[in-house]
Design a protein. Structure first.
Length: 126
């Protein structure tokens, strides 16, 4: 289950990264040095000619910034999740050790107590 969730997150991260690269490519191809007309660049994104290329570039750069922020926050969240998982595994090991130790102490007390009762019971009857 956890592996499926991790795979979904990786696939989502890849798709976000792909969108970021596509936007970066659009910014490079539709930049000021591009040979395409402003109307064609605006039409490519779905805007009318009155908004112009600068508006398109501004929107694309804003989207690119948001995607980069998302990628950084996803990476930070993944690191925190990994650290939490590692800490949880360490505590599980510590809990198993303590559980085993308590079992051994209980078993020893039970065996010694039972033996003491049998010894006392036989000595009282004599």
């Amino acid at each position: 289950m956890k592996q499926c969730v991790a795979e979904i997150k990786v696939n989502r991260l890849r798709s976000t990264s792909d969108v970021s690269h596509s936007i970066h490519d659009l910014l490079e191809t539709n930049g000021p040095s591009s040979s395409s007309s402003p109307a064609a660049a605006a039409a490519q994104v779905g805007l009318s000619e009155e908004h112009g290329v600068s508006s398109v570039e501004h929107q694309l750069s804003s989207i690119n910034d948001l995607l980069e922020t998302r990628l950084r926050s996803d990476a930070r969240l993944r690191d925190q999740t990994d650290n939490n998982q590692q800490m949880m595994n360490e505590w599980l090991i510590a809990a198993a050790v303590i559980d085993r130790l308590c079992f051994i102490v209980f078993s020893l007390c039970f065996v010694i107590g039972t033996a003491a009762l049998f010894i006392l019971a036989t000595s009282v009857q004599r």
